[in-house]
Structure formats: structure tokens, C-alpha cells
Design a protein around this ligand. Structure first.
Ligand SMILES: Nc1ncnc2c1ncn2[C@@H]1O[C@H](COP(=O)(O)OP(=O)(O)OP(=O)(O)O)[C@@H](O)[C@H]1O
Ligand SMILES: [Mg+2]
Length: 276
């Protein structure tokens, strides 16, 4: 396995104004494989966003190490190289949009880096296609739906040509349709080889990942494949998390004696089996 991101005993403390220390990440170690799709789940305050900000070097470890593509994020000399490789997309698309025309918004990042105009044009076109928003390129972002705005924010990240994108609850503010569209875009970007880290409260989104990390009060409680993680509903309940509805449905059907082949684990596979 080729590790793209590697945390070694990573700890992060916030120091509050009154001097109190909040340990948001507490001695965690994990690896994220290059090109993989990792979901990070955990209840509110478990340290997910703090971890995301450490990966993007908005924060650096209090102790321990975080390596991105082999570069130590604590070394100031690596700051720009890591930021060039890792883009971030946040929850609220309104806070990420800076221009009044969609394509200007997408061009903003590369323009700031001084990329040449012809190259910017081709990056913007590529990014618009990647999020399927080409027909909206001359529109005003504030006229778009939440899901469309989030796709523009993602296009802005894509235009930076990152190797990795960290999505911090990108679908949390969207309706089900917007959520589906944004998740489809994220999956397609991952299919193109972008190492993907998705922080989410939606268990069915995490179920589609290659790798799931469960955080709880700054500590990793579970780390494995979605099958491993979601086959332990009792453990998840202890951590105030659910199993995805499709996993529960398949479990209940088996429990009631419906004979389903072992390899069936998703709603799509179940549908194919029943309707074949
Ligand atoms: N700027 C800050 N100063 C002090 N403490 C903070 C700060 N930001 C976060 N924290 C604390 O650090 C811990 C982890 O917060 P974090 O935002 O990383 O959690 P999260 O898992 O992203 O939560 P959520 O699901 O609500 O987004 C929490 O106890 C939080 O209160
Ligand atoms: Mg958060």
C-alpha cells in the first residue's frame, strides 16, 4: 500500500483565550492510501474538522506527525507544497463563493497563483465539466440551488489541480437531490484518481467509501472497510452512530429467513437480485 496521508501519534490541542486546553485530537495514527476514498465519521465535536484542517495545514500538530505525500506538515517549508496537493471543500457553499459569475469564481484560485490565462481557461472548462455545470458558467452563483453552489465550490477546488480533496460535510446543508448530485461528483473525482477524504454525518455516504475511520472524542475507535465497520451495529450505537438503512434492511431480511447470497451488501445489489 502506498500511503498518501499518514498520521503518527497525531495530537492537536486548542488553547482557549482563558488558557484552557482542549485536546481535539488525541494520539491518533492512521494511513490513507493514494487514490482511495476514505470516509471519516463521528459525532459532533469528535475532532473531524480539526483533523481535516491538519491535513490541509490550516493547523499543525501539537505533537506527533502528519505526513502528506511524504512531507511533514510541521515543517514550514512544506506548507505551500502540501496546500498545492490538498484542497478543501467546506459545508456551507455560500462561504466559499467569492465572485458574481460562476466561471470567475472557479478561476479565482488559479488566478491567485498567477497561472497563465490560457491555462486558466482550460482548467475552468475541465472543472465545469467535472461537476457538470458547464451550462451555468455565466450565471450568478447566488441564483443557483445549494447543490449547484456546492458543485461550483468543488469546481474551484478542482481548478487548483489537487491530488487530494478533503470534503468537510459537503452535503450537510443540501436537500436529498443536491446531496445525491454532490456525492456523484465526489465519486467521479475519486474515479479519476483524486485521493478523497469525506467527512460526513450520513452513514450511507460512508458506506460507499473504500475505508472508514470512526472518531470519538479525538480518538480513533474503528478503522477498516465499510463492511467491517457497519457489521457491528452495537459498537456503532455506543458511539452514537447508526448503520446505513440498506445494511439494516439486508440484515433484517436475512434474519427473517430470506435467503440472499453472501455477496449482497448494497441496495443496488439487492434490487438486482430481486428483480433479475
Ligand atoms: N477554535 C476552537 N477553540 C477551542 N476549541 C475548539 C475550537 N474548535 C473546535 N474546538 C473543540 O475541539 C473539539 C473538536 O472539534 P471539531 O470541530 O474538530 O469537531 P467535529 O467532529 O468537526 O464536530 P462537528 O460534527 O460538530 O462538525 C470539540 O470539543 C470542539 O469544541
Ligand atoms: Mg466539523
Amino acid at each position: 500500500m502506498q500511503a498518501y496521508i499518514e498520521a503518527q501519534n497525531l495530537t492537536f490541542d486548542y488553547i482557549k483565550q482563558d488558557g484552557d486546553v482542549v485536546r481535539a485530537i488525541d494520539d491518533i495514527s492512521f494511513c490513507v492510501e493514494k487514490g482511495s476514498f476514505t470516509a471519516i465519521i463521528g459525532q459532533n465535536g469528535s475532532g473531524k474538522s480539526t483533523l481535516a484542517k491538519n491535513i490541509n495545514v490550516l493547523l499543525t500538530p501539537t505533537s506527533g506527525k502528519l505526513l502528506v505525500d511524504g512531507m511533514d506538515t510541521s515543517d514550514p517549508e512544506n506548507l505551500w507544497e502540501v496546500r498545492r496537493r490538498v484542497a478543501m471543500v467546506f459545508q456551507n457553499p455560500d462561504n466559499q463563493i467569492v465572485s458574481s459569475i460562476v466561471e470567475d469564481d472557479i478561476a479565482f484560485g488559479p488566478e491567485n497563483l498567477g497561472v497563465d490565462p490560457a491555462e486558466i481557461r482550460s482548467r475552468v472548462d475541465f472543472a465545469l465539466d467535472a461537476v457538470e455545470m458547464r451550462e451555468y458558467r455565466l450565471k450568478a452563483p447566488h441564483m443557483l440551488s445549494g447543490g449547484q453552489k456546492q458543485r461550483i465550490a468543488i469546481a474551484g477546488a478542482v481548478a487548483m489541480q489537487p491530488e487530494c480533496i478533503v470534503f468537510d460535510e459537503p452535503t450537510a446543508m443540501l436537500d436529498p437531490k443536491g446531496r445525491r448530485e454532490v456525492l456523484d461528483v465526489i465519486r467521479r473525482l475519486n474515479d479519476r484518481g483524486i485521493t478523497t477524504i469525506l467527512i460526513t454525518h450520513f452513514m450511507e455516504e460512508a458506506f460507499g467509501a473504500d475505508h472508514v475511520i470512526v472518531l470519538d472524542r479525538g480518538v480513533i475507535r474503528m478503522d477498516g472497510s465499510p463492511e467491517e465497520i457497519f457489521s457491528d451495529p452495537d459498537r456503532l450505537k455506543e458511539l452514537s452512530l447508526d448503520v446505513p438503512a440498506e445494511v439494516e434492511l439486508i440484515r433484517l431480511l436475512r434474519e427473517r429467513g430470506v435467503r440472499l447470497p453472501d455477496q449482497i451488501r448494497t441496495a443496488a445489489e439487492l434490487e438486482r437480485f430481486i428483480c433479475q
